[in-house]
Design a binder for this molecule. Structure first.
Ligand code: PGA
Length: 269
């Protein structure tokens, strides 16, 4: 039942042109996770701000709530900003009330899909096996997965790296090394917190994640997420091994988004 995508994205090696930009090593990435932050007016403000933003030197993506994906795709159709979902089911169809398939997201024209966010794992008890199956579902339908990993409890950098690397190995278990992946390193304790993890901690974990990625998924980018603000963005972007930022609250309105884009746009790659 392969359908025609509603917005006919151009494809590069299977994935959409806008997803391919997220993998472009010359572009810093800004991902916006809208979570369940907004009402309709607030969500439209963020999407409209992305429509008018200068993203020529930034690989941006936005993840609205499911009901607004089609509208975001239409609003952002003429832009470089990729659009995707905050979750996906591992099956292509079936009796899965309340879930959405990668098949449908791809048919709608989505570019990316977020998988395994700490809030989903916590509130919906998602297992690593389910997360791995969701990554495989994304690949089956040429969606670029944004795969979240990160330690649950504060730990020293070595401990955090060990936990996070093991998560990554398990969550990539159902995918082949030909498939691209964006990994978002998001320590759970730094999400929705007062401050981001410090840059030494981030760098120490990310160097180990990259070791796995070189072997398991050579086409990859690595983002940091967790309490990023326009103030902390530049130092995190300058962190060795970090290709971009994945932001929740600080990108939740037009002003915050503009301030973040200003930092990312001027970041030397
Ligand atoms: P936050 O969320 O920026 O609001 O901490 C980040 C995330 O969960 O990706």
């Amino acid at each position: 039942m392969a359908g025609t995508p509603a917005h006919e994205p151009d494809r590069v090696a299977g994935i959409t042109r806008r997803a391919a930009r997220v993998l472009d090593p010359t572009l810093p990435v800004l991902g916006v996770g809208m979570k369940m932050f907004h009402d309709l007016t607030g969500a439209r403000e963020v999407i409209e701000a992305l429509r008018t933003a200068d993203t020529t030197s930034v690989a941006s993506f936005v993840l609205p709530s499911f009901p607004l994906i089609a509208e975001a795709l239409a609003t952002l159709q003429a832009t470089d900003t990729a659009v995707g979902a905050q979750d996906v089911h591992w099956a292509d169809r079936g009796a899965h009330t309340g879930s959405v398939s990668a098949l449908l997201l791809a048919e709608l024209g989505c570019d990316v899909v977020e998988i395994g966010h700490a809030e989903r794992r916590r509130e919906h008890n998602e297992t690593d096996e389910q997360v791995a199956a969701k990554v495989a579902a994304a690949h089956r339908h040429q969606l670029l997965p944004v795969l979240c990993v990160g330690e649950h409890e504060p730990a020293d950098p070595d401990g955090a790296a060990a936990v996070t690397v093991a998560q990554l190995e398990r969550r990539l278990a159902a995918t082949t090394e030909a498939e691209p992946v964006v990994v978002a390193y998001e320590p759970s304790w730094a999400i929705g917190a007062a401050a981001a993890a410090d840059t030494e901690h981030i760098a120490a974990v990310v160097v180990e994640l990259r070791r796995v990625l070189r072997r398991r998924a050579p086409h990859h980018r690595v983002l940091y997420g967790g309490s990023v603000t326009p103030h902390s963005a530049a130092s995190i972007l300058a962190c060795p091994g970090i290709d971009g930022l994945f932001v929740g609250r600080a990108a939740g309105d037009a002003d915050g988004l503009a301030a973040l884009l200003d930092v990312v746009r001027t970041h030397p790659t």
